[in-house]
Design a protein around this ligand. Structure first.
Ligand SMILES: [Zn+2]
Ligand SMILES: [Zn+2]
Length: 532
């Protein structure tokens, strides 16, 4: 039989987040990334890919390989690891975040192995080597996968900085070597395929931040993606140089600062930090607040500052809020609402819309994607990580660069790659799993929530004695009737139900397990005998 491999994305195509794919080579399956998406559908907070197909691989699934520590690549790990036991390989910063997350979910027996850029593991029949890429998080890696059909390069999320900051690495030389030996397939991040030119570099965002903080006369709030230790380090450095104490507001800012400090990505800041209740006691021009919540999340520290509902920290007219971030598609309205809340109170707001220099994306634009294709010179190209539109644009780019074999795939596509051919040969079932709190919502619960959300809810409680109605039923409605009308209609429904059930006798409720249980007078009973 011909050698072949299958690449199967389970999530991450056609949505933001939820990145997860499987690579199958003979008896070896590895999962690449296991991410979460954010949602407010069905009252859930999070959504991840349906892992049923992956769980069915059982002993074939040898490892989960994590490219980097962003939530859309690691956030669903606890939900998958609750169902199956498999080693997880992750670069250092991602591993520290994963450890934390596993603790929250009380998962203590996970085989988590730290594998930095440059490391190599033999996982079943696949050799997995990591190479460093520039991205908006420390320790981001791409993968060089040595398989029986040839070398597969997976870029992970990437950009290519022309003037990298301290600690940012891109293993160009290693990719050149690999390209020299021949690359069968390039799987590449398509996020920036719509943006012409090159992405703004991290160093320029730092310079802009420095200028904006420098010209702010009073308190400054900086909101940024706290997983970006390079940006955190820059804000902390500028604060120190400007004689401002730093107050960290929000769990995510605290956690990422602690993790970055533990991995020596930022210097010691103990002398720089002040607690939230010390902020009011400091002169307004000697404090900088690092706050979480760039996407306008209602419970975040930044949103509470916007509503002036933070118990300890309050902003005033003349203070400045800097959004060193971008609104993730879908969050524009909540971010805009938050900006308005600040501006209405005379607080100056700096955003990327009016001041593009204030943020640098972690994803390369079109010219960096072109550079990657030229660097790797693959025989085949498949865009991953991005909507259909972005991946189509990325595909055009590969065609422009003379790549003969290109293929668009969707969640669930089984992409077969042999030494000579590439194509979709099958599909596997995929779907979305919604998470509320820490538990998955079944399709039944979602359907019930949808019905209640669109039609409201009416409950009728019957109190029985010796199988007969004891009193007028209790009717409670929510989301159906308005104000004074509600009580009147509930009363009418109660009377209607009583009239319809008059004279009926109800059989006692029988528990499926304890059928011999004798009914008690007044116990809740199942209506039988023709209630309609
Ligand atoms: Zn990322
Ligand atoms: Zn990503």
């Amino acid at each position: 039989m011909k050698d072949s491999l299958h690449f199967i994305p389970l999530g991450g195509l056609n949505e933001i987040g939820m990145n997860c794919a499987a690579l199958v080579c003979g008896d070896t399956t590895i999962a690449i990334d296991c991410g979460i998406g954010f949602t407010d559908e069905h009252g859930a907070e999070l959504v991840h890919a349906d892992f049923t197909w992956l769980q069915r691989q059982r002993s074939g699934l040898k490892a989960i390989v994590i490219t980097h520590g962003h939530e859309d690549h690691i956030g669903a790990l606890p939900y998958l690891l609750k169902e199956l036991s498999v080693p997880v390989f992750a670069p250092p910063y991602a591993a520290a975040l994963i450890e934390d997350r596993l603790r929250e979910h009380r998962l203590t027996n996970v085989d988590l192995r730290v594998s930095p850029a440059g490391s190599q593991e033999q996982i079943g029949s696949i050799s997995v080597e990591r190479f460093a890429v520039h991205h908006s998080i420390a320790d981001a890696t791409g993968l060089i996968l040595d398989t029986p059909v040839g070398t597969v390069v997976h870029t992970g999320d990437f950009k290519i900085e022309s003037d990298p900051c301290e600690g940012q690495r891109f293993d160009r030389e290693r990719l050149q070597q690999v390209a020299g030996d021949g690359v069968r397939l390039l799987l590449s991040d398509s996020t920036g395929a719509d943006v012409e030119g090159r992405a703004r570099i991290e160093r320029d965002a730092e310079t802009a931040l420095e200028e904006w903080i420098g010209r702010s006369p009073h308190r400054v709030v900086v909101a940024t993606f706290s997983s970006n230790a390079f940006r955190l380090r820059a804000v902390l450095r500028v604060a120190r140089e400007r004689g401002r104490k730093v107050c960290l507001l929000g769990m995510s800012v605290l956690k990422h600062t602690e993790t970055a400090r533990a991995l020596a990505l930022i210097p010691s800041v103990d002398d720089l930090l002040v607690a939230p209740d010390e902020v009011d006691g400091l002169p307004r021009d000697q404090v900088l607040i690092l706050a979480g919540g760039t996407q306008g999340e209602p419970a975040s520290a930044l949103s509470r500052l916007g509503r002036d509902e933070h118990p300890r920290v309050h902003l005033e007219a003349g203070d400045t809020v800097i959004f060193s971030s971008r609104a993730i598609p879908g969050n524009e309205l909540s971010v805009f609402d938050l900006v308005n809340r600040f501006e209405r109170r005379g607080i100056e707001v700096v955003t990327r819309d009016r001041n593009p220099e204030i943020h640098a994306s972690g994803h390369g634009s079109r010219e960096e994607q072109r550079s990657m294709i030229r660097l790797v010179r693959p025989k085949a190209f498949v865009p991953v990580h991005g909507t259909h539109h972005h991946r189509s644009r990325h595909l055009e780019l590969a065609a422009e660069e003379g790549i003969a074999q290109t293929q668009l795939i969707e969640n669930g596509s089984v992409l077969e790659v042999t030494r000579d051919t590439i194509g979709v040969v099958d599909t596997v079932p995929t779907g979305r799993v919604y998470i509320d709190g820490m538990r998955a919502l079944s399709s039944k619960v979602i359907a019930e929530r949808r019905t209640m959300g669109s039609a409201g809810l009416v409950t009728v409680l019957l109190s029985l004695k010796a199988g007969r109605l004891r009193e007028l039923p209790q009717v409670l409605s929510r989301g159906v009737f308005d104000g004074a009308e509600r009580l009147r209609v509930e009363q009418k429904v109660a009377e209607h139900v009583r009239n319809r059930l008059k004279g009926r006798r109800f059989q006692p409720w029988r528990s499926p397990k304890k059928r011999q249980l004798r009914p008690r007078a007044g116990s809740w009973s199942r209506i039988t005998g023709g209630a309609r």
